[in-house]
Design a protein around this ligand. Sequence first.
Ligand code: 7RM
Length: 632
Amino acid sequence: MWLNIKSFEEYNQIYNQSETDRLKFWEHEAGTFYWRKSWDNVHSGGFEKGDIKWFEGGKLNITENALDRHLNTIGNKTAFIFEPNHPDSFRRTITYRQLYDDVCRFSNVLQEKGIQKGDRVCIYMAMTPELIISALACARIGAVHSIVFAGFSAQSLAERIQDCDAKMLITNDGLRRGDKHVPLKDISDEALKSCPTVKNVIVCQRTNRDIDWVEGRDEWWHMLIRNASKVHKAVEMDAEDPLFILYTSGSTGKPKGVLHTCGGYMVYTSYTFRNVFQVSEEDVYWCTADAGWITGHSYIIYGPLFNGATGVIFEGVPNYPDAGRFWEVVEKYRITHFYTAPTAIRALMSYDIKYVQKYDLSSLKVLGTVGEPINEEAWHWYNDHIGGGRCPIVDTWWQTETGGIMISPLAGITPTKPGFATLPLPGIFPVLMDENGKEIQGNGVSGNLCLKYPWPGIARTVWGDHERYLKTYMTSYKGYYFTGDGCRRDPEGYYRITGRVDDVLNVSGHRLGTAEIENAINEHPNIVESAVVGYPHDIKGQGIYAFMICENDPNDPVAFKKEIHNLVTKIIGPIAKPDLIQIAPGLPKTRSGKIMRRILRKVAAKEAEDMGDVSTLLDPAVVEEIKGGKAY
Ligand code: 7RM
């Protein structure tokens, strides 16, 4: 039987059981899936060596659990409702049977193109059913998918393709997001100039605009799929074989290719989806994320499909054609479960309430948030105006690296508290660490958030760089996984995530490394050096503030800011554009040459009166100059 927690009492009881016998707990959960052959070993390895394994020797194909298994019972049930960017465009529903047929066809296409188990396939697409079909077809043939958010630039796309030596790229001619057009095929062509490993490009039609065509390399999706057979035997995988790579930003260097494997990820996303959201048979679940982020992977594609849920694939944005877009969709499909990011809530809060009141939101039962801390004001607005005061809010804390939700209320079960992710799921053991690397006991305390034991959904490595995996997550606190987040445990034992304690920014729920943005800015010929920090931003949560030393001070800072924007957009993508820039005569550096970001953060947050100790600075005078500077 699936573990399906139904009361707070039961939660406490199962949590305790999971603590008493962790392996039995996870083995029980894994036993609910279809395995071609059961595992030899439930779990081995640990944080010390970073050699974590779950269900090793178990043979499966994850798509047999997402699709095949449902055919006899819910084959005619809607798996996805596709809602296009513009409300008047063509929309459609896809049943489990149809999704299965499409995935099988496309699996045959991929294999005919020579893609084999273990090969990497890059997916750079609009949020359409074909994106999901592409990912599932990869999983079905054992290829490793690497989905790149279709807002990243040609250079970012190229770096991701090169890093994992992808053999194929699947893209669209273009996409529309709100009133913007993104020429995906042109961007792909540009990227592929420096990606010799890519032999085939499959292009799925979406905008019908003119595009360039490389004979022998490029082929249309619709032509390939037309004659493909819908009979396909899924390739057998080991539980520990790779499933996908997803690039995510860290505090240093280039984004890392976080690798997830088949068995553990399957068990973990399925278990968390079912227990956190409490979705029942007739419900309609909508996660507004893009499949280019982990939230889309785990809670649009995999988690809901394992559980036979009906989900929405939404191509659009919250404020197009107007700020009522989300609520219009909720009314139209009688959405019961709605999962979004605090930044979207804050953005929509700033519009007239009439955009909400116009629509009937009475179908809603559960609301969720993810990606960043939610401020109390936004929590209450969401609770009162969207949930009508009757829908539990699940504030779900987790990371690309955790694979699935870690700390969160279970909908309708865990008593909630605004701004708190509340309690860990059974099987998850968070601890707070002090400066000396010791666990902080008791409640009413704060520290750095770590996890004490491995869980099935944890990332297994950083693609091609296991050292970096060890260094990033497993060396700060020996024997623990370090999350990079600060956290408070209140007197009741509830967890409140306070934000990153490293040089990772969270801008509108998107993870960005300060070093990444600095490297892009430094490409400008007039930049000598730059330092990027985050600052509190009403809608984005964090804004990007760039301090820069110029060779020649620009006489038109506004025009200069535009140049920096264009450059960052070209190198990373529009999401990484600095909100504010400040030209500075120097940066506050320690004698050892390290930039004291603490000072820059204070200036950016307009809290510069209280600078703290600046005695270790090489040139304390620079602080005064920066404080007196102007931001554009
Ligand atoms: C799912 C996702 C991870 C970082 C994480 C946190 C922050 C995510 C919450 C949150 C407060 C939350 N993956 N974060 N969820 N902070 N409350 N409910 O976002 O890899 O892109 O980002 O996001 O800082 O470390 S991610």
